[in-house]
Design a protein around this ligand. Structure first.
Ligand code: PLP
Length: 393
């Protein structure tokens, strides 16, 4: 019999189990909603990125169904061969208007947008100056580009400046930050980084995956929130989180977008969005423009929940967004917190190394616009009970 060449993975998995880091996938048995069913249990769901509840919004659902009836379920091609429908172009035009940039290119995911863009615009002669907590898709894009990667401590713009100043002025440099950091919920140091980029001629890029639909007027993102329009060369957004569907996009000037049409590998070599997704995204833009009160509800809920956790005495780090980590310490403790919350009907996923530092494992909570106060109070009561039981508060 053939020897299994993947047998070494058994030891890797055993090691995860020994560290208390082995996870079964949680299975959602209903829609992605604030109260739903996961692994046969009714739960208050604090684990999705469905900030505005758009995954189940009637307007998105209806437009997706209409699009499927009219255009079918798939496009059958990559964008550059036969997979660009008029509705793809319309979505890009709508997104550019929304972001107030010259142009936009849509990718299959936010991950593809980041990795595809960074790897397309840089070569091994170039340098990336990157916040240490930037998303994995940025890191992978940097690696694929083969540029030199210089990492600065989280939000430490002085350290970033020092790195930039030590590099030859003639060398091409990309300064890059998340708009909202996905595990801590704090905002990137965008205004100071824009100053640095202008001072030193760096390309300025922000990944606004968790800011799209959440920060700025009608959810335009952190560039709008900080009034940095015209000062950020490349803005990445996602259609997979607050927008409720799937995809990512890059907003910038016409040259950048034309270049990405020619050189971004996920754009060139992976099939385009199905019509249902494209039309659902357009319906989401309508909702952001016509029902901005939905974003207000998200922020009201965010304030209520964060204040509740603070009052109970949890360590929630430096979050400034609807993402609120509850920091537990080592990985096993975070997983215990998550499991015990689940037993009480609260779904808040545990996150440990290597996603976050070894001693900063946490349960990450995300409230949405569609949670009721009763849902959030129910969750706070569960946090209080479990936090006391396991000695966190
Ligand atoms: C900061 C950040 N950037 C990019 C992404 C990738 O977005 P998507 O889920 O659309 O691929 C994520 C999502 O996990 C994220 O948190």
């Amino acid at each position: 019999m053939r020897r299994d060449p993947l047998a070494y993975l058994t030891a890797e998995l055993a090691s995860l189990k020994a560290q208390g880091l082995y996870r079964q996938l949680r299975i959602l048995e209903d829609e992605q909603k604030p109260r739903t069913t996961v692994d046969h249990r009714d739960v208050v769901n604090l684990s999705s990125n469905n900030y505005l509840g758009l995954t189940t919004h009637p307007r998105l659902r209806e437009r997706a169904l209409e699009a499927t009836r009219r255009f079918g379920v798939g496009t059958g091609s990559v964008r550059t061969i036969a997979g660009t429908m008029a509705i793809h172009m319309e979505l890009e035009r709508r997104l550019a208007e929304f972001k107030q940039t010259e142009a936009v290119v849509v990718f299959q995911s936010g991950f593809a947008a980041n990795a595809g863009t960074v790897s397309a615009i840089l070569t091994k002669e170039d340098v990336v100056i990157s916040d240490e907590l930037n998303h994995a898709s940025i890191i992978d894009g940097c690696r694929l580009s083969r540029a030199t990667i210089k990492v600065f401590p989280h939000k430490d713009v002085d350290a970033a400046r020092k790195i930039v100043k030590e590099l030859p002025a003639s060398q091409r440099k990309l300064l890059i930050t998340d708009g909202v950091f996905s595990m801590d919920g704090d905002l990137g140091a965008l205004p100071a980084l824009c100053d640095l980029a202008e001072e030193t001629g760096c390309i300025m890029m922000v990944d606004d995956a968790h800011a799209s639909g959440v920060f700025g007027k009608n959810g335009r993102g952190t560039v709008d929130h900080f009034q940095m329009h015209g000062r950020v060369d490349i803005q990445v957004g996602t259609l997979s989180k607050a927008i409720g569907a799937l995809g990512g996009y890059v907003a910038g000037n016409r040259n950048l977008i034309e270049f990405l049409y020619h050189r971004a590998r996920p754009f060139l070599f992976s099939t385009s969005h199905p019509p249902s997704v494209v039309m659902a995204c357009m319906a989401a833009l309508d909702v952001l423009e016509q029902e901005p009160e939905i974003i207000e509800r998200l922020w009201d809920n965010t304030r209520f929940f964060k204040e509740g956790l603070h009052r109970l005495g949890f360590n929630t780090g430096l979050s400034e967004s609807p993402i609120t980590p509850v920091i537990a310490g080592e990985g096993a403790k975070a997983m215990l917190l998550s499991d015990k919350l689940f037993e009480r009907g609260v779904f808040a996923q545990g996150i440990a190394f290597p996603t976050v530092a070894r001693d900063k494992a946490r349960v990450r909570t995300i409230v949405t616009a569609t949670h009721t106060r009763e849902d959030l109070q129910y969750a706070l009561d569960a946090f209080a009970a479990v936090g006391r039981e396991i000695g966190l508060i």
